[in-house]
Design a protein around this ligand. Structure first.
Ligand code: GLC
Length: 420
């Protein structure tokens, strides 16, 4: 039998569609933003040219205003809904019109570290301005008031599509759509494990609102009936800003470095405001009502990934407590929450990419024992079940698509150990 690491590399090769990787065959037949960032880091462990091309292909979808879209539709496929026609964005290659958690600068820095050659430097020099522009887009388009927290306008932008965190905020989104909803996901995998029909109606309604706003960032922000500060997105962006700052010192100007440092200072303060003492967790905020969303999820651990160490001990204790209720950390929803559903997508299951960021963060913030536990649980799940899309935290069973690129990439990253 092929060893696990070789199997992981094989999945990345099999899911290669000519310079970019699909998350998995059929279910997700295009290039996805944050999936590709993890995939690039995974490729960096054995194929540097391929790692750089993963990033380059994603950037082919970047908009003039700097936004890096959630999906780049490099080649047509009937296996996914909503395809380019529903988004109605005329670009080459076509893209969706929303974004996803910005892991890319972090990934690019890691690829460069693996490729400390003149060629690697030249590739990074070409990419740096694109990363700089994408971070400027986040600030201008999603935090025009300079609060230090960026807004997310669609649950798909959080990457945690149907998390219970968004239930209440989504109640404001009408379920009516002009578009006929022709889901394809439920013909590839068990519908019981996927988002529900009503979730999809709201997801598509939001797409129509943004299309009507002409994909103009200011109009989208004003028109969206869904507007939240996601802990995950904000923490990942803060981490990415720190990585961009590091890159700016070599590839940018001093002015750019100070612009990034100013944003970092603002974000560090704002992220701490999401900490809720009573609930002992970082909570997302509904930016329409202005209220904290009383939901404890796996995203609440991600400020550690950004190096926010203030509550590291409390978060490690929280993980210990969750760990007594489940076989494998980290469930996407607090297992004591009545909304916890161990099998349904982002409402309970364990996701390897989130685990890796949490483990990295715990390690970075000095909680090394819990970091090792989360990393170990992730490895055990993959070793037992393969490169599943996600895992049942209660039984450890692998669910969803079975040959997932980002799960394979995380296996390879875990093999390399935690950054010191
Ligand atoms: C789903 C996930 C999202 C991921 C995409 C491709 O939509 O919720 O996070 O990027 O699939 O794997």
């Amino acid at each position: 039998m092929m060893d696990r690491s070789e199997a992981a590399r094989q999945i990345l090769r099999d899911n290669d569609r000519g310079g970019y990787t699909v998350p998995t065959d059929r279910l997700y037949p295009f290039q996805w933003n944050w999936d590709s960032a993890f995939v690039a880091m995974g490729f960096a462990s054995f194929d540097l040219a391929r790692a750089w091309s993963e990033i380059g292909c994603l950037l082919r979808g970047q908009w003039e205003d700097g936004m890096i879209p959630q999906i780049v539709f490099h080649a047509p496929s009937d296996d996914y809904f909503p395809g380019p026609g529903v988004w109605g964005i005329r670009r080459d290659p076509p893209t969706s019109g929303i974004t996803q958690p910005p892991v890319l600068a972090t990934a690019a820095r890691r690829v460069l570290a693996a490729d400390a050659t003149a060629e690697g430097e030249a590739r990074m020099a070409a990419i740096y301005p694109r990363l700089r522009d994408s971070h400027r887009w986040w600030a201008a388009a999603r935090d025009p008031g300079g609060t230090g927290l960026v807004a997310t306008l669609h649950p798909w932008e959080t990457g945690m599509d149907n998390s219970p965190a968004w239930d209440r905020a989504l109640d404001r989104v009408p379920t009516g759509t002009r578009t006929a909803i022709r889901r394809r996901d439920t013909s590839h995998v068990d519908p019981a494990f996927r988002p529900r029909a009503i979730d999809y109606q709201r997801f598509i309604h939001l797409v129509e609102v943004f299309r009507d706003a002409g994909w103009n960032p200011a109009r989208m922000l004003a028109a969206s009936p869904f507007r939240v500060a996601d802990v995950g997105t904000n923490a990942i962006l803060l981490r990415a800003e720190k990585d961009l700052l590091h890159l700016a010192s070599r590839f940018g100007t001093p002015e750019e470095a100070s612009e990034i440092a100013t944003r970092i200072a603002r974000m560090e303060t704002a992220l701490e405001h999401l900490w809720d003492d009573a609930r002992g967790h970082y909570l997302p905020r509904d930016l329409i009502s202005g209220e904290a969303i009383p939901f404890r999820g796996s995203a609440g651990f991600l400020p550690l990934f950004a190096g926010q160490a203030r509550h590291a001990a409390a978060l490690a204790t929280r993980l210990e407590e969750w760990g007594r209720r489940v076989k494998a950390l980290v469930p996407s929803t607090d297992p004591g929450d009545p909304l916890f559903e161990p099998l349904r997508y982002w409402r309970g299951p364990v996701w390897a990419v989130v685990n890796w960021m949490i483990a990295e963060g715990l390690h970075r913030c000095g909680e090394t024992a819990m970091a090792a536990r989360v990393a170990g649980d992730t490895r055990d799940l993959i070793a037992a079940e393969g490169f599943s899309e996600y895992f049942d935290p209660i039984t450890g069973q692998g669910i969803g698509g079975g040959t997932f690129s980002w799960t394979a990439a995380i296996w390879l990253l875990l093999e390399e150990g935690m950054a010191s």
